[in-house]
Design a protein around this ligand. Structure first.
Ligand code: F6P
Length: 351
């Protein structure tokens, strides 16, 4: 059997661990051959491939990024050609002409959404859930999230001491376009005084009350804000006005985003100095934590076993401590957001 592998969407620590586990398990347990597709869905769309075998995956377990490359190419958004061929048709044709019997797509909501469409079109696809945002339904955790949280937590630990030395408020902007999981976990782990997430529009007066309360102790406030958080008055995540969008229609966040706006507003309202640190892609780079290496490896082992069983249209997922298979469609049906009761646990420590 010849199995294709691709990694799509934003990169994420642990992608290489999945690729290694897929190839090592497939070769050892089933004698499968592999073919790597470059740069997410662009690979099968353009027929751009690379060698993928046991030798290629040696030494990659601790490496961040993805040896296959990634992109946000969306074949479903490719316009029809004169003969009525769609991007999805082109992918199907290329898989066929390359002799690919099955494809493992490692990605988040967008990548797996395309995987689901290909499955509906008759493709033999198995999905692996990936995103530092941890916002995919049907799995308790995605790999990459734990690494991002640990990076953000370490940054918060460091910002506490500089904030205290200068009697400043420090605003830490973390990733999380629609879901505040990174902000919630990193903020709790790092002892933040305020955590702001997209799921709960915030009240600026309340934020300033927490900041001033913290200044009345001998410590300085740390505000952790997810990039997609927004005040009660505005319903949209705050972009910097450029409105640059990717192939899936997402506005690019982060340049003078909500973190800097909060710092400006806190200075204006409280008269205290405030600084903003945007962690950005630092959260996505570098080596995965042990938790993510193990989760990614287990996902890889179980994904290729799903291929061997012919269980196409499925995605591997973590339920408790077990790896299970769920329908691809279930993973992308709705985003997994932070529930109010989880936020309420963190709120106890605000101010
Ligand atoms: O989806 C993962 C993610 O890291 C989001 O948290 C973030 O909004 C987005 O990707 C950034 O995308 P890009 O790397 O394309 O700027």
């Amino acid at each position: 059997m010849r199995v294709g592998v691709l990694t799509g969407g934003g990169d994420c620590p642990g992608l290489n661990a999945v690729i290694r586990a897929v190839v090592r398990t497939g070769a050892a347990e089933h004698g499968f051959e592999f073919i790597g597709f470059r740069d997410g869905w662009r690979g099968p769309l353009d027929g751009d491939t690379m060698v993928l075998d046991v030798n290629t995956v040696r030494g990659i377990l601790p490496r961040g990024g993805t040896i296959l490359g990634s992109s946000r190419t969306n074949p479903a958004a490719e316009s029809n050609t004169a003969d009525g061929t769609t991007g999805i048709d082109r992918v199907m044709e290329n898989l066929d002409s390359l002799g690919v019997d099955a494809l493992i797509a490692i990605g988040g909501e967008d990548t797996l959404g395309v995987a689901s469409k290909l499955h509906e079109a008759g493709g033999h696809i198995v999905g692996v859930p990936k995103t530092i945002d941890n916002d995919l339904g049907a799995t308790d955790f995605t790999f990459g999230f734990d690494t991002a949280v640990n990076i953000a937590m370490e940054a918060i630990d460091r910002l506490h001491t500089t904030a205290e030395s200068h009697h400043r408020a420090l605003i830490v902007e973390v990733m999380g376009r629609n879901a505040g999981w990174i902000a919630l976990h990193a903020g709790m782990a790092g002892g933040a005084n305020v955590i702001l997430i997209p799921e709960k529009p915030f009240d600026m007066d309340q934020v300033c009350d927490y900041v001033e309360h913290r200044f009345r102790t001998r410590y300085a406030p740390i505000v952790v804000v997810a990039e997609g958080a927004h005040p009660k008055v505005s319903a949209e995540p705050t972009a910097d006005g450029g409105e640059e969008v990717d192939a899936f229609g997402h506005v690019r966040l982060g340049n003078r985003g909500i973190g800097q706006q909060l710092a400006d507003e806190i200075e204006r309202r409280t008269g205290k100095e405030a600084r903003c640190a945007v962690l950005g892609h630092i959260q996505r780079g570098g080596t995965p934590t042990a938790f993510d290496r193990v989760l990614a490896t287990r996902f890889g082992v179980h994904a290729i076993r799903a291929v061997a069983d012919g269980d196409f249209g499925s995605m591997v997922a973590l339920h408790g401590t077990e790896i299970v298979r769920v329908p691809l469609a279930a993973a992308t049906a709705e985003l997994k957001l932070v529930p109010p009761e989880r936020y309420a646990e963190a709120e106890v420590f605000f101010g």
